[in-house]
Design a protein. Sequence first.
Length: 317
Amino acid sequence: MSIIHTIKNIFLIAGMAFLLFGCKNKNDDKEAFMLFDLGLHYDSLKMTKRAINSYSESIKLDSTIATNYYNRGTDKGEIKDFEDAIKDFNKAISLKPDYAIAYCNRANAEWVLGKYENAIDDCNKAIQYKCDGSEVYYNRGYAEMSIGKYKEAIRDMDSAIKRGFTRADLYVIRGTSKMQIDDYDGAEKDFNKVIEMDSTHADAYCNIGTIQLIRRNYQGAVPYFEKAIKLEPKEAMYYNNIGVAEREIKNYEDAMLNFNKAIELDSQTPTFYLNRGVLEVRIKKVPEGCNDFKKAIQLGSKHASDSLKKYCQQCSI
């Protein structure tokens, strides 16, 4: 099935400095605050790198302003410098341990870097410190889905919806999680909601088509994959999936064209070769099928060995 990887990074700029100045020369304090304010001005103009420079200059004069680190970390997140962003959020939190919004944004950066457990922990901290808006539940749910905690992800997406979160990809994540726990009716409702909100969301059509495959409604799956392909004609998985549907309704010529297209677009996915191999065996092209099973095995397929043994006993791996 097609798993969605749309990332929602909710990097929020703090518009007011926490008054955590050290005991320094008053002129330095004033200049540090002016540089902080200049950083906010650059942020308002989307001049992110200049904003980062202003916060850095402010930090040189006073290293005790938590919001300077927070805002600089947020801007680093915006330019995809996630490792350094985390370092700044760490510093902001060390200066202000109950800095709820810093936990939120650190969780976003951690998610992008695949540090899902850390992201979940930071979302928990944010909620503990009363930053419990819909985005926090959304982000925690996204991280939970990424490590296979599907029931928890569904729960958090429900919480985000209750708090007014309405993005289409929320329903994608919840629907995908429901598929993983075999709640296909619930998943289909979520993907239909996605299409209602965004009729150009190709993955939603693909996932409904995949549900039809699971139900063995092969004829019913075809139009969903056709729609997905029309929207995103370079997505290899869509051609593979429609190939499976066409194969099962014995439209062998169309199935072969679609498997070939999937492999043309992505020659490194073993499932595509396995599926084409099954088709080739069915249409009496056993040597070609055996070659595809071997290729799938080379690429790491755990299932192609069974097909090779079943259909190609005369072939050696």
